[in-house]
Design a protein around this ligand. Structure first.
Ligand SMILES: [Zn+2]
Length: 536
């Protein structure tokens, strides 16, 4: 069989990220961002249209994103109406797929532990999805419920029972979907970093092995079953440079695999990827149901396959057609979420603004909640993770969700004092203080050179942090991964994933307070000009 996947359209991979943000900003519904020349639907050919999303993260409702210039984009209804239009006009059967991280990330989805998102995807008509790392966030028991609920399979070809070559019963490696006589074989796999991103109990007994090896194991089976096309869904991603080069786990794994796939959908990095590996298109369409990818596969009578990306399309809501059935599903869960999010968690004695110089009361409150939840000597909470302020008076679950929407998990570190002091020094950035702390009073001299501004740090029991002693420190998984430049947490003596979600720690802490809650008023970062190193 001759297989050819030469570009017949524009050199899509040369469009860089900056260009595309501009394109997305300018695009309207019905305007392809990227248009490829599509071979005519010849009588001696077979074709399939692949519509793909990735990293939906429960974003069933439209939202404003940094690239939309204040316009609403995304959501299940506008996605459904886009797909309905493609189904009417494609002239080929349409297969709808996701590269995973489907259901965790919004109030409407999290409150039902993903049930809302799976119902919406059922109504949209998805055919298959990869199991993403965040699919484990509610535990395997919930994941199995969601897999039973889904009208489409969730695929995990590289997820094994530890020490065996068998998959857990709920993780199918592949599926063959047939429509109008066109058979598409779909293999799904997920990032090998999954165990580091979720509660250890959720992934105990599981091994996340080579994606390339999983593709090489299953694609020959699909070919032996005589599928027309092979599509791979990889919940791993990458980044593309302006000059067109793309790198990352997904690209590496695809390059290491045998070249017998026709189209690859990636995810996890929430990026725009348009590339080719082994001649096959590799696509990723941002995240949050705010954009959608469309590709077209054509097999000619002589066996030649032409695989094209048609577009990555920004899903703006204005002017989009209605889709009453999907809208009704979202509306039902909105009502359910409204009731739940209105639950009063605590009463605040005064409003808590996001951040002000020298640390914030809100940041200290969150850091205190995390230190208590994990039982650590010290908590360090990055200000970038605090996304909203809180009003004074009664506050509800929805208010708190807006403050900490990322569902980060807390990591308990054993950290040498020298690294702890380095983390504190790093927190004194040029743009102001980057973090709030709990269990520490930090004294610093802004006139000292960088690297020597933190003069000393005193623990709750009055002892000074010593460089050669070891402390338990709680931070979130974003910071441990090097987020906000905190390289020093990667050098911790031990790192234990507690699985405690940051928002849950805050809710528990607030519920445990008697009477109106007063956030810690006293500064924990103190300017002390001329303080001796080590203070005392
Ligand atoms: Zn992911």
């Amino acid at each position: 069989m001759r297989r050819s996947r030469a570009w017949t359209g524009r050199a899509l991979h040369t469009l860089g990220a900056a260009t595309v943000y501009a394109l997305l900003g300018a695009a309207t519904v019905g305007t392809p961002l990227v248009a490829a020349a599509i071979p005519a639907h010849a009588t001696d050919s077979t074709c399939a249209v692949i519509v793909s999303t990735n990293d939906e993260h429960g974003s069933l409702q439209p939202s404003v994103y940094p690239w939309t210039a204040g316009r609403l984009a995304g959501g299940a209804e506008v996605l459904a109406s886009y797909i309905a239009r493609i189904r009417e006009t494609a002239g080929c059967p349409v297969f709808v797929v996701s590269a995973g991280d489907i259901m965790q990330g919004t109030l409407i989805s999290n409150l039902t532990r993903g049930r809302a998102t799976i119902d919406a995807m059922n109504a949209i008509g998805y055919d298959a999805a990869a199991i993403g790392n965040h699919e484990f966030d509610f535990g395997v028991r919930v994941l199995k419920e969601r897999i039973r609920q889904a009208h489409f399979p969730l695929l995990g070809a590289n997820i094994y029972l530890k020490g065996t070559d068998r998959h857990p019963s709920w993780a199918r490696p592949y599926v063959i979907v047939e429509k109008e006589g066109v058979r598409v074989g779909i293999v799904g796999a997920t990032t090998r970093s999954t165990p580091g991103t979720t509660h250890p109990d959720s992934v105990s007994g599981l091994a996340f092995r080579s994606i390339a090896a999983a593709l090489d194991r299953y694609i020959p089976r699909l070919r032996a079953e005589g599928v027309d096309f092979v599509v791979v869904l990889i919940h791993a991603g990458g980044f593309c440079e302006d000059d067109g080069g793309c790198t990352g786990e997904a690209l590496d794994e695809l390059a290491a695999a045998s070249p017998d796939f026709d189209y690859a959908v990636t995810g996890h990095t929430h990026t725009r990827i348009l590339d080719r590996v082994h001649g096959a298109p590799v696509i990723q369409s941002y995240a949050n149901m705010s954009a959608v990818g469309q590709g077209r596969l054509t097999r000619f009578g002589d066996g030649e396959v032409v695989a094209e990306v048609v577009e990555i399309h920004a899903l703006f809501t204005e002017g989009a057609a209605r889709h009453p059935e999907v809208a009704a599903v979202v509306r039902r869960y909105e009502e359910e979420a409204a009731a739940r999010s209105a639950e009063t968690i605590a009463t605040l004695s005064e409003p808590l603004p996001k951040v002000f110089a020298g640390g914030s009361r809100l940041g200290r409150l969150i850091a205190d909640a995390q230190r208590l939840a994990v039982g650590a000597d010290v908590a360090i909470m990055n200000n970038g993770g605090i996304r909203a302020e809180l009003p004074g008076g009664p506050i509800n679950y929805g208010d708190l969700f807006r403050v900490q929407p990322f569902q980060n998990t807390l990591i308990r570190l054993r950290l040498r004092g020298g690294l702890l002091l380095a983390a504190l020094e790093h927190s004194l950035s040029e743009r102001g203080l980057m973090a709030n702390v709990s269990g520490l009073i930090v004294e610093y001299d802004p006139d000292e050179p960088r690297g020597a501004r933190v003069r000393c740090a005193r623990l709750a029991d009055g002892r000074y942090v010593r460089r050669d002693s070891t402390y338990t420190v709680v931070v979130n998984n974003f910071m441990v991964a090097g987020g906000s430049g905190y390289w020093m947490f990667k050098e911790a003596t031990e790192a234990e994933q507690t699985g405690i979600v940051d928002l849950d720690a805050l809710v528990t802490f607030l519920k445990g307070q008697a009477g109106p809650v007063e956030a810690p008023p006293e500064a924990r970062w103190i300017v002390r000009a001329g303080a001796p190193a080590g203070c005392g």
